[in-house]
Write a protein that binds this ligand. Structure first.
Ligand code: ZN
Ligand code: ZN
Length: 405
C-alpha cells in the first residue's frame, strides 16, 4: 500500500535533563512507555533541534519550523496567531494582540497577571465587545476568549500600525504601563492610543461586571484589567496544501498552535475534551480526510514548568497510553518529536535537543528501541533541525511511494 498520509505527534516540552529521579534518569527514561518503545523499535530514531541556533525555543516558533515555515522571515507575530486560534479572523488592516485578563488593586497596581487563573472569560469578553466605544478613534474592536485567563483582541480600522510596546508583564506591585508607539509613525501612535483607550474602558466594564463581584465574594481575584502583548498585523504564508500538495489538519488545545494551523490554511479540528486520548482519537479521525495531521499533546510541558519530575513522568505515561491507537495505524508515516525541552531543573524551555522517531511502511527500522533523550542519539536519523523535518519526510515518502508502487 502506498503511504499517503503523515501523522506528526508533537509532545510539548518532552525533553529533560537527568536530575531528581533516582539513577540520574530523565522523566522519559524513568517512564513506562510501551507504545513509544514499540514505535521506536519499528522505526528510525534521531535527535531534533526544533528551532535554528539563536532562536527562542517557544512552542509556536518551533511548530512553525516543524511545519517548514520560518516565522522570523515571514514576520509572523503572536497577536494575530492567537486571534486566529481564538476564532477571530483579523483582516489585513487590523492589529491583533494576545491578552491576559489580570488583577489590579484599587490603586491600579498589578496583583496577579492571570487573574487568579480564572477558568473562563467568555462573559467578560462579551461585555467588553458590547460595551467598548472607540468611534472617537475611528476604530472598532473584537475580543475572544482563549483558555483560562487568556484571550485575543483585534483593533479594526484604517491607518493602524503594529510597532507598539506591550503592557505585559508589568513589574509586580506597579501599575501596568501604557502601550507606547515604538516609532514616530502616526499609524503606530494611533494603535497605541486606541488600545490604551480600550484598556481604560475595559477596566470600567470589568469593575462593575457581576462575575467579578461574585469572584470577590468567593475570595477569588477579580479579572479587572487587560494586559496586552504580541501586537501584529495578520500575515498569511503560503498555504500548507500549496506547499506540500496535500491537505493538513491541526489538533491542539493551545490557541497559538491552532492559530498557526488557520494561518496556513489547515483544518483546525474542534476538540471538546482535553485528555490526550481524545486529542489522539481526533487526530486519527482527521487522518481519514487529510494527507497530514499534526497533533500537539500538552502535559509534559506543564510539569516541566512546575519543576515536578514525578508529574512529568506520570504525564508521559498518560500520553503513552493515549498513543495506543497510533501503534495500529497502517498506510501512514508517524513522526513523534518534541517542540523543545522543558527540563524540570530549569522550569522553562531550553534548547536541549529532543528525541525524534519516524515510523511507517517502507521505513527500515534501526536498533533503537526506546524514545528517550539518550537512546535516540544512536538512531540512524542522526541529528536534525526543525526546518529539516518536512524535507526528511518528503524524502522518506518519495522512496516509500516508489518502493510500494
Ligand atoms: Zn511547547
Ligand atoms: Zn511551555
Amino acid at each position: 500500500m502506498a503511504v499517503t498520509r503523515v501523522l506528526m505527534i508533537v509532545l510539548d516540552g518532552i525533553g529533560d535533563r537527568p536530575g531528581q529521579i533516582p539513577g540520574g534518569r530523565t522523566p522519559l527514561e524513568a517512564a513506562a512507555t510501551p507504545v513509544l518503545d514499540r514505535l521506536s523499535r519499528e522505526g528510525r530514531s534521531g535527535l531534533l533541534d526544533p528551532v535554528p541556533p539563536g532562536v527562542e525555543p517557544a512552542s509556536d516558533t518551533a511548530h512553525l519550523f516543524l511545519l517548514g515555515y520560518d516565522p522570523l522571515q515571514l514576520q509572523l507575530r503572536r497577536g494575530p496567531l492567537e486571534a486566529l486560534g481564538c476564532g477571530i479572523v483579523p483582516d489585513g488592516e487590523s492589529i491583533a494582540f494576545r491578552v491576559n485578563f489580570a488583577t489590579v488593586d484599587a490603586a491600579g497596581r498589578l496583583v496577579d497577571r492571570r487573574a487568579g487563573r480564572i477558568p473562563d472569560t467568555t462573559v467578560l469578553c462579551d461585555a467588553i465587545r458590547e460595551g467598548i466605544d472607540l468611534s472617537a478613534f475611528g476604530l472598532a474592536c473584537d475580543i475572544a476568549p482563549g483558555t483560562g485567563h487568556r484571550a485575543a483582541l483585534v483593533l479594526r480600522g484604517p491607518g493602524l500600525g503594529e510597532e507598539v510596546t506591550a503592557n505585559d508583564p508589568p513589574a509586580p506591585g506597579t501599575p501596568p504601563p501604557p502601550v507606547h508607539p515604538l516609532t514616530r509613525d502616526p499609524a503606530d501612535r494611533k494603535t497605541a492610543a486606541g488600545v490604551n483607550e480600550l484598556i481604560r474602558q475595559a477596566g470600567a466594564i470589568l469593575a462593575r461586571h457581576p462575575l467579578n463581584h461574585r469572584r470577590e465574594e468567593q475570595g477569588l481575584l477579580p479579572a479587572n484589567t487587560l494586559l496586552v502583548r504580541g501586537a501584529g498585523r495578520p500575515r498569511f504564508p503560503a498555504p500548507f496544501r500549496e506547499k506540500y500538495g496535500r491537505s493538513g489538519a491541526v489538533v491542539a488545545e493551545t490557541a497559538l498552535i491552532r492559530g498557526i494551523g488557520r494561518a496556513v490554511g489547515m483544518e483546525v479540528i474542534p476538540v471538546t475534551g482535553r485528555s490526550p486520548g481524545e486529542l489522539v482519537r481526533a487526530a486519527a479521525d482527521a487522518l481519514r480526510r487529510h494527507g497530514f495531521v499534526l497533533v500537539n499533546l500538552k502535559g509534559a510541558d506543564d510539569a516541566g514548568h512546575d519543576r515536578d519530575p514525578a508529574a512529568k513522568k506520570a504525564a508521559i505515561e498518560r500520553i503513552d497510553r493515549a498513543l495506543l491507537p497510533v501503534a495500529g495505524l497502517s498506510g501512514c508515516i508517524t513522526v513523534v518529536c518534541g517542540d523543545h525541552s522543558t527540563p524540570c531543573a530549569v522550569g522553562d524551555h531550553t534548547r536541549d535537543p529532543v528525541p525524534l522517531l519516524v515510523r511507517g511502511e517502507g521505513i527500515l527500522p534501526d536498533p533503537v528501541g526506546r524514545f528517550t533523550e539518550i537512546a535516540c542519539r544512536a538512531g540512524s536519523l542522526g541529528r536534525r533541525t526543525g526546518p529539516d523535518l518536512m524535507p526528511l519526510l518528503h524524502e522518506l515518502f518519495g522512496k516509500t511511494d516508489k518502493a510500494t508502487k
